[in-house]
Ligand binder design. Structure first.
Ligand SMILES: [Zn+2]
Length: 265
């Protein structure tokens, strides 16, 4: 049984799933012909169906708890708050919510609405949002519901460029999927960890970094970022969390017989 809780030096990372969904290859990777994707039967059904997890991570570092992304939200219906209870993470201990990018499946639990009132789902947290995404995404209804109100609730912290969250945890720009997309790099006691965000949404992208994903805002830049980052993670032997990979979503990128692949823990 793979573990939902891992350590990178002194840092603890807990995998949290807000639920799972299904997608079709032809919608996510429309330019990849079946003859090519049929090489990945472990991840793609014969009918071309993909599974997707809506994953978040709680990171405990230096006495502080950071929640990375808030899932797809209560309307789906997501189960993040139940997962947190089951895995011993209190909503009140979250000091920072670090949002990798402004897409609906990453900001879904930011805000809770009750009796016509809006409040922070994580009441003690500041929400760290990539500034470039904040400037870029203003109009979609989910942004008006789950992101823009953070400003008037006094919880908004805009992140521009590489920014440390704690002495061991840093937000780093990894643009392409969205203009302001960021990932989370962890370094402690000589060990390295990394939370991908949506640099890769499927394990077979370890090898197929050039396959264009329909959800990527700038497809060429996303492919370059994917190849550069995954190559670095492979060389470092970093422990990686990929929120859309099957829970508990931890593993490493490793090379064997001339190919890079995802080795889930
Ligand atoms: Zn996503």
């Amino acid at each position: 049984m793979s573990d939902v809780k891992v350590s990178v030096g002194n840092v603890e990372i807990i995998s949290l799933s807000d639920g799972t969904g299904e997608n079709l290859m032809k919608n996510v990777f429309p330019d990849v012909p079946p003859a090519e994707w049929k090489r990945y039967p472990d991840f793609i059904s014969p009918e071309g169906k993909l599974k997707s997890n809506y994953g978040c991570f709680a990171i405990r570092s230096g006495g502080k708890t950071i929640l990375v992304d808030t899932g797809i939200g209560p309307g789906y219906p997501g189960r993040l708050l139940d997962e947190m209870r089951e895995k011993g993470v209190d909503v009140n201990e979250i000091a920072i919510v670090a949002i990798t990018h402004i897409h609906p499946d990453h900001v879904g639990w930011n805000i809770t609405r009750e009796n016509g009132q809006e409040r922070l789902t994580f009441p003690k947290a500041k929400y760290w949002i990539p500034k470039t995404d904040w400037d870029f995404y203003r109009e979609p209804p989910f942004v008006k519901e789950m992101v823009l109100p953070l400003e008037k609730l006094g919880a908004l912290e805009l992140v521009d460029g590489k920014t440390p969250i704690s002495s061991e945890v840093t937000m780093v720009p990894t643009p392409g999927h969205t203009p302001g997309h960021m990932s989370i790099a962890i370094s402690s006691q000589g060990q390295q960890g990394f939370i991908l965000g949506d640099i890769a949404g499927q394990p077979f992208q370890a090898e197929e970094t050039a396959w264009e994903m329909s959800f990527d805002n700038d497809k060429a830049l996303a492919s370059r970022t994917r190849e550069a980052i995954l190559g670095g993670l492979e060389r470092d032997g970093s422990l990686v969390g990929g929120g859309h990979f099957a829970p508990p979503s931890f593993g490493r990128f490793v090379r064997s017989e001339g190919r890079r692949y995802w080795h889930g823990l």
